[in-house]
Design a protein around this ligand. Sequence first.
Ligand SMILES: *Cc1c(COP(=O)(O)O)cnc(C)c1O
Length: 354
Amino acid sequence: MTDTLAIKITKVTQSRLASVDFENLQFGKTFTDHMFTADYANGEWGNFQIVPYGEISISPAMSSLHYGQSFFEGLKAFKHDNGTVSIFRPDKNAERFNASAERMCMPTLPEEIFIESISTLVNLEKNWIPNQANSALYIRPFMFATDPFLGVAPSTTYKYMVLTGPVGAYFSKNLNVKIETEYSRASEGGFGYAKCAGNYGGAMYPSKLGTQQGYDQLMWTDSKDHAYIEEMGAANIMFLVAGTLITPTTRDTVLNGVTRDSILTLAQQWGIPVEERRVSVAEIIEAAQNGKLTDAFGAGTAAGVASVISITYKNQKYDLPNPAHSEFTQRLSKTLLDIKYGRIEDENGWNVVV
Ligand SMILES: *Cc1c(COP(=O)(O)O)cnc(C)c1O
């Protein structure tokens, strides 16, 4: 990685590393010693800094608090057995970062700045990447509007920041999910494809209702008719039906996941038939009924592959085969991890070594 950005680095005087219990990491609660920050003003990005992780001072009139010009990314860095550290497909996150920025009427960030901010920070925090199996360093880049102005208008100033924190192995239990037929996560012409803050705030209430009813996740459907499956929780959804991998096409209501893209690429390379198209609730229920639906799983950076064990639609529960016995799901999750940890050849060039 070339050093082209002038990043001013202020290091902590005392690292918190020794006080971290790496055996009991909870996602999103532990942060490394430093964070990256940059400011946008007068039409350009500047003030690139790495500073000790800590609170920042903001105006209570800060426009992102009131009108939601705010979005984020999520990706991970992995430590290989030989000590090499790599970040998984950050170019894809840079691309999506700017897709979110454009939709939220916010400034884009040159891909070099995105990549360099992340790799410089990860490099500085290398010692924080856990050695425990299947642990990683979670990377959270985000941008928000900072004008202290209550007018409903795009802000003229913004902050771009990156936080990093160690995360443990994600033991995803098999999920009991409900097909949501009342609430929607995203609508046509909307911004479901952007990783903007409001999408997640708006999903919390229906998700809470689902949890109260005993479901682990919601399968989101189209907002018009609730007849087509779009996503699951904050992950893409995939189905293996009679040996064909089927997933909803990315569109304005479906986020373009990096894990989704990686899985589709691997499946194609393995010669598994892949269909990206609209996926109706009716066909999935029928496939579940006649036993052709052998695998269903969420795909995302946090969990990797998160298997579904049952699908409930209109109070009717359909059980799926145990994913532990699925050759496809097992091969898929193992291969993804093996690539990220450098245990097998990275044939697609997905790992960016720091
Ligand atoms: C982040 C996210 C995903 C998964 O994207 P990855 O790049 O694979 O992590 C899918 N759907 C939604 C709604 C998301 O927020």
